[in-house]
Design a protein around this ligand. Structure first.
Ligand SMILES: Cc1cc2nc3c(=O)[nH]c(=O)nc-3n(C[C@H](O)[C@H](O)[C@H](O)COP(=O)(O)OP(=O)(O)OC[C@H]3O[C@@H](n4cnc5c(N)ncnc54)[C@H](O)[C@@H]3O)c2cc1C
Length: 384
């Protein structure tokens, strides 16, 4: 006989894992399924690390969600005894007339978030590793830092299982029909019955619901490099090196200090070409290496010839403007969609899980910006 649950969460990335956690906390029986495993190498939540920052320009909604999520991550790390968060600080490099970073500064102050404003000289003195002629000031968030991505997702799932969630390694077939969904089928032929179904499938959402989301989720190829600093050097580790971002630079670079000896991580936040998460090659291309070398020569000269000790190809799962998609499926009364992390969703995992479980369990009203109806079909990114 098939087992029946209150809730079935499909996708054990950071959104699905935290959603399963909060649903289970409410007392619901929950099954969590993933086709490739929590934090797998094809998932958007895979890989070593992710930035957690409070600044979002003028966009206070995401600042508030970061503020909500950071203490939850920290409490979870304490409870599990895992080093999931590194308080490296996050540095916003800014140029003259940089309104985005001015907004970061205003919002952080308005929200009472600890932050420091650095002048040109201070930036040069404190971070001599970096060479940006256009940078005239900066904002430092000393309490922010980075999360250990794959490890954290796997830990949230492991903990959910300890709390009574059933985890199944299985690929779910897209459901058909409309009205009330009673069961889903896996590719192995199992049926899972549940009262509600949450599809938290990241970049796969458009493949599962092509009619609905085929032109509303845009998975893009993103290449990430880890560079080996010189032997014995601590210049690219905290506290000498925080996470940093240079939002107004044409390449939109961001970097994370070395943790666990894996190298100094650097990437560019521009969207790459569209990809299929199942079949995309995870090897970086030679043009990306050339662009990286040119960037290093200009801006981080001491690493211009540093070996690439690791590289990754991941994908963003963008909505048209970068706002998340967290809403009801319009054809089913008991199916929910959670995704559209758009290159910045990881840090918000706890807030997403809490928000979605309230939507489902308390029939709370949703934020318009996360609704399906707000999702347009052309890409005009304005959430970073
Ligand atoms: C290179 C890169 C850098 C990033 N940097 C940051 C950052 O610094 N800070 C930040 O906050 N965010 C960052 N992000 C964004 C963030 O990582 C993502 O928004 C977030 O991880 C998305 O999580 P998700 O759970 O929605 O999707 P995913 O992690 O992709 O999870 C979806 C899961 O669904 C499973 N699945 C799919 N189809 C099926 C099926 N049919 N049946 C069963 N399971 C299925 C998959 O196996 C997968 O595990 C970055 C992303 C990338 C790629």
């Amino acid at each position: 006989m098939n087992k029946s649950y209150d809730m079935a969460v499909i996708g054990a990335g950071v959104f699905g894992a935290w959603t399963a956690h909060y649903l289970r906390q409410s007392g619901a029986s929950v099954v969590l399924l993933d086709a490739y495993g929590p934090g797998n190498s094809r998932a958007s939540s895979g890989g070593e690390t992710r930035v957690i920052r409070m600044g979002y320009g003028a966009d206070e909604l995401y600042t508030r969600w970061s503020m909500r999520s950071l203490p939850v991550w920290q409490e979870f790390a304490r409870r599990t005894g895992l080093k999931l968060f590194h308080r490296t600080g996050v540095l916003w490099l800014a140029t003259e007339g940089d309104t985005y970073t001015e907004d970061v500064w205003s919002v952080l102050n308005r929200q009472g978030i600890q932050c420091e404003r650095l002048g040109e000289e201070e930036v040069r003195k404190q971070y001599p590793q970096l060479k940006f002629d256009d940078v005239t000031w900066a904002v430092l968030e000393p309490e922010s830092g980075l999360l250990m991505a794959r490890l954290a997702v796997q830990a949230v799932v492991e903990d959910a299982v300890k709390q009574g969630v059933d985890y199944l390694h299985a690929a779910v077939i897209a459901p058909g029909g409309r009205g009330k969904l009673t069961e889903i089928k896996t590719q192995a032929g199992e049926s899972i019955c549940a009262g509600s179904f949450i599809f938290a499938c990241g970049p796969w959402l458009k493949k599962i619901f092509p009619g609905l989301l085929g032109d509303r989720i845009f998975p893009t190829r993103q290449e990430v490099f880890f560079l080996g600093p010189p032997a014995g050097s601590s210049d690219f580790r905290a506290p000498k090196m925080p996470v940093w971002l240079h939002h107004s630079h044409r390449d939109i670079p961001y970097a994370l200090p070395e943790v666990e000896g894996r190298g100094f991580k650097i990437a560019f936040d521009r969207h790459g070409p569209e990809v299929d998460p199942d079949h995309e090659s995870r090897l970086v291309g030679p043009e990306a290496v050339d662009r990286l070398r040119a960037f290093l020569k200009e801006h981080i000269p001491s690493l211009k010839n540093a070996p690439i000790v690791e590289s990754r190809v991941c994908q963003y799962e963008n909505t048209w403007n970068g706002d998340f998609l967290i809403d009801h499926h319009p054809d089913f009364e008991n199916v929910w969609l959670a995704g559209g992390g758009s290159g910045h969703g990881f840090k918000h995992g706890p807030a997403v899980g809490e928000y979605l479980s309230k939507l489902i369990l308390e029939r709370a009203s949703g934020e318009t910006r996360f609704s399906l109806s707000s999702k347009q079909r052309d890409q005009r990114r304005n959430v970073y």
